[in-house]
Design a protein around this ligand. Structure first.
Ligand SMILES: Nc1ncnc2c1ncn2[C@@H]1O[C@H](COP(=O)(O)OP(=O)(O)OP(=O)(O)O)[C@@H](O)[C@H]1O
Ligand SMILES: [Mg+2]
Length: 147
């Protein structure tokens, strides 16, 4: 499982391929499709496509349900010979009071199972979260193509 690391410490080149609004269920479907398309275009295995799309879907739902809506940026990332995909979810919602607790399985302030954040973290290679009470939440996930 990747560590929770600070945002912006990665020394990689990134190219923005899509920026999508997340304000409705339809826009979540659109994001899932964009992520799937890019994962296929980058040559991800079916299992890695599914892992990244699943993580994207959970975080997009959090952005909508807990963050009051926001945006997702999709980047292609390159680090030497490695190619991957990175998603940055941003909202200006209420923020998370205790991030470590929110990452634990079974913690939910809503009606969910509380598996979204921790599950997304396990499905990706890199996971970063920054949240400030009253100011919103940013989550960044990265998955590298397996060679
Ligand atoms: N973008 C966000 N803004 C504010 N709070 C958030 C955000 N994302 C997650 N949280 C908080 O973290 C908790 C855990 O999130 P997680 O996705 O793990 O579970 P959940 O969304 O409650 O349930 P589910 O299992 O359906 O995803 C949420 O209940 C919520 O309190
Ligand atoms: Mg969730």
């Amino acid at each position: 499982m990747p560590d929770v690391s600070m945002i912006g410490v990665n020394d990689v080149t990134q190219r923005l391929v899509a920026e999508l609004s997340l304000r409705s269920d339809e826009e979540i479907v659109r994001l899932r499709q964009a992520v799937r398309d890019q994962a296929i275009a980058r040559g991800f295995s079916l299992i890695d496509q599914t892992k990244f799309v699943t993580a994207a879907s959970e975080l997009a739902r959090n952005t909508l349900q807990h963050g009051g809506g926001g945006t997702a940026q999709l980047h292609v990332v390159i680090n030497g010979a490695r190619v991957g995909l990175r998603l940055t979810f941003t909202d200006a919602g209420p923020g998370i009071a205790d991030v470590e607790r929110a990452l634990g399985d079974g913690f939910s302030t809503g009606t969910g199972l509380g598996l979204g954040l921790g599950g997304s973290r396990r499905l990706c290679d890199e996971f970063a979260i920054e949240s400030q009470l009253g100011n919103g939440t940013t989550v960044v996930i990265t998955k590298w193509k397996t060679r």
